[in-house]
Design a protein around this ligand. Structure first.
Ligand code: FES
Ligand code: FE2
Length: 374
């Protein structure tokens, strides 16, 4: 199995991770702290699975674009004149200059280096002063395009040209979220956080309510008691759903009085509370760092009525809870480096972590070769 992929010192370690939840252990410290494991994850997970990179409400009009870096690959998400959303490599076909940065609206992409010009569908429209170049025909050239999928308004891309379709793998989760209208939500506020720790620490922290009794004892625990939290069975599908009923849940509108935490493996995290969603945009860059941007999403009608003060209050609310989690994440990161640190036992309340660990191990064992590029 994973000997060549992960520096395994002891097969017993993985057997413990695979135990049924009641007897299961955490991943070993190396899984978080070893750069070689991250390199294996790049191949087996980030290069193979679907990665959430945007919300479709960020690109409503033809010509709207958003630049993202998927690991080392610069990408531009762009809505074409035909209305289709595409994920194109934004690296110029001439001498590899990135064509564009940030976000905005464009009719075409013009490389800032030597002005090669691309249409919104990635085809090369013109390349100046190339008349003397033999057997060079701009119209035969096209930026590589990645598979793209939209689920519940979240835009995913995959570095794996053979990635299985996303929606069927999430059908169980889609059914459970049926009474929420996530598709129509729009981003109203965002905040960036420096996150110098391993990405799995954040995912695990997000997907259990057990820590409400410690980390959030005065913020979340009074409203969403750890002991009332439950996790749906996922039958091995690449998602996890944590339900946190509110202490005062009652009445016909019961479904609204709960907080949900959702993970679409590996890195899409979002929480649902009433009609609002808090989306954690997670982009791991190395074993010891990720880019994290937390977005608040609301129905467009509510968004349009928000004052600047309302937006600031929403961000403040997110920051307050996340600041508490930062302390837990940083502490864990530090503790995982201790030479005496070993695997720990999971609580039955950490079922989502157990589910995610099974997915992680499955991917790490399945690595057979380089992820394929289109
Ligand atoms: S690198 Fe883009 S035109 Fe030369
Ligand atoms: Fe938390």
């Amino acid at each position: 199995m994973a000997e060549t992929l992960v520096p395994v010192r002891d097969q017993e370690v993985w057997r413990r991770v695979r135990e049924p939840l009641e007897r299961a252990w955490t991943l070993p410290p190396d899984a978080y702290t070893d750069p070689a494991v991250f390199r294996a994850e790049v191949r087996g997970i980030f290069g193979a699975d679907w990665l959430c990179v945007a919300r479709q409400d960020q690109l409503p009009e033809a010509g709207d674009y958003v630049c993202v870096d998927v690991l080392d690959q610069p990408i531009v998400l762009v809505r074409g004149g035909d209305g289709a959303l595409r994920a194109l490599s934004r690296v110029c076909l001439h001498r590899a200059m990135p064509l564009v940065e940030g976000s905005g609206n464009a009719r075409r992409f013009v490389c800032p280096y030597h002005n090669w010009t691309y249409e919104l569908d990635g085809s090369l429209r013109s390349a100046p002063m190339m008349e003397g170049a033999a057997q060079f025909e701009p119209h035969d050239c096209r930026l590589p395009e990645l598979p793209l999928a939209v689920w519940q308004g979240f835009v995913f891309v995959s570095l794996n040209a053979d990635a299985l379709p996303l929606a069927p793998r999430l059908s169980g989760l889609t059914a459970l979220l049926g009474h929420y209208d996530l598709q129509s939500l729009a981003i109203v506020a965002s905040n960036d956080f420096d996150s110098p720790w391993n990405w799995k620490i954040l995912v695990e922290n997000f997907m259990e309510a057990y820590h409400h009794i410690g980390t959030h004892r005065t913020s979340l625990e009074p409203a969403f008691p750890a002991r009332d939290s439950t996790v749906e069975d996922n039958a091995g599908a690449p998602w996890a759903l944590l339900q946190m009923p509110a202490r005062d849940t009652a009445g016909p509108d019961e479904a609204r009085h709960e907080l949900l935490a959702v993970c679409v493996f590996p890195t899409l995290l979002f929480a649902v509370s009433g009609s609002s969603v808090f989306w954690y945009q997670v982009e791991p860059t190395s074993h010891d760092r990720m880019r994290l941007r937390i977005h608040v999403l609301l129905p467009p009608g509510i968004r349009d009525a928000l004052s600047d003060g309302d937006r600031a209050a929403l961000v403040q609310q997110v920051c307050m809870v996340h600041e508490e989690d930062i302390q837990a994440n940083l502490g864990t990161w530090r503790g995982l480096h201790g030479p005496l640190t070993r695997q720990g036992r999971l609580s039955p309340f950490e079922k989502a972590i157990w589910q995610i660990n099974q997915l992680w191990l499955e991917r790490m064992e399945a690595i057979g070769g380089e992820p394929s590029w289109p």
